[in-house]
Design a protein around this ligand. Structure first.
Ligand SMILES: C[S@@+](CC[C@H](N)C(=O)[O-])C[C@H]1O[C@@H](n2cnc3c(N)ncnc32)[C@H](O)[C@@H]1O
Length: 224
């Protein structure tokens, strides 16, 4: 395991076993280090930060970076606050990105980077364009979006990922969905990003070594 991941995971050592297990399972089932390595320095927002493991990786990797995590699940924000309390460059807010950031976006200095990691597919599809436009509005022109999704390719990995998410959302109630559960092919995601005012710079296949078809869209906010 990388020293960075080890350091980030150690922040959770005082949490109850069920939460520690969740965070460790997340660390081994999703390519968070690969996502984190492409996030720029400066001011970064981690949208749908959950327990905050990605926020922790970003903050520990670059102490000059400031990380703002936001998530609508109060339980997760509470665990994230407890675990990341010792990191001075992290702030955590409860709420959806639309509520907590868009409503007072006029007061918010634009971000250099935004991470949306395994969040979009939890929203109903009709909210995706508005969600992406909100994120675009939070970034400075040229600011980078890292959108990590699970690729909709009709493979067995796709079907396994949907079943797994259904268990997490509906059966165990460990993930708060906002009414959706859809995995889309790359072409459709790329089109959505372009329509929301992004230039898609790279689409990275991160599924190798995982039983989930992870895919990362690296995009740049264009001038509004
Ligand atoms: C699968 S978890 C991913 C957590 C974290 N991004 C990570 O990669 O470890 C999805 C997260 O999205 C959050 N979420 C659900 N609906 C959301 C919304 N409308 N805006 C922001 N986050 C949302 C959930 O509460 C949950 O913590």
């Amino acid at each position: 395991m990388s020293a960075l991941l080890q350091q980030a995971l150690s922040l959770y050592s005082a949490l109850p076993a069920a939460e520690r297990f969740h965070v460790h399972a997340r660390a081994f089932s999703a390519p968070l280090l690969a996502v984190a390595s492409r996030v720029p320095g400066g001011r970064v927002v981690d949208i749908g930060c959950g327990h905050g493991l990605l926020s922790a990786l970003l903050a520990v990797a670059d102490p000059r970076r400031t990380v703002h995590g936001v998530d609508p699940d109060p339980r997760k924000v509470e665990w994230a606050r407890r675990a990341l309390a010792g990191l001075p460059n992290v702030t955590l807010t409860e709420g959806t990105v639309e509520e907590t950031l868009a409503s007072d976006s006029a007061d918010v200095e634009p971000f250099d980077g935004a991470v949306v990691c395994d969040v979009l597919y939890l929203l109903p599809e009709d909210r995706w364009p508005g969600f992406l436009r909100t994120v675009q509005g939070l970034l400075r022109p040229g600011g980078r979006l890292l959108l990590k999704e699970v690729q909709g390719d009709d493979s067995w990995k796709h079907r396994k990922a949907l079943a797994q998410e259904w268990v997490m959302v509906s059966l165990l109630g460990r993930t708060k969905a906002s009414g959706g559960l859809a995995l889309k092919p790359r072409g459709e995601m790329t089109r959505l990003l372009k329509d929301a005012g992004f230039a898609v710079r790279e689409v990275v296949d991160l599924g190798k070594g995982y039983t989930t078809p992870h895919v990362l869209y690296v995009a740049e906010a264009l001038l509004p």
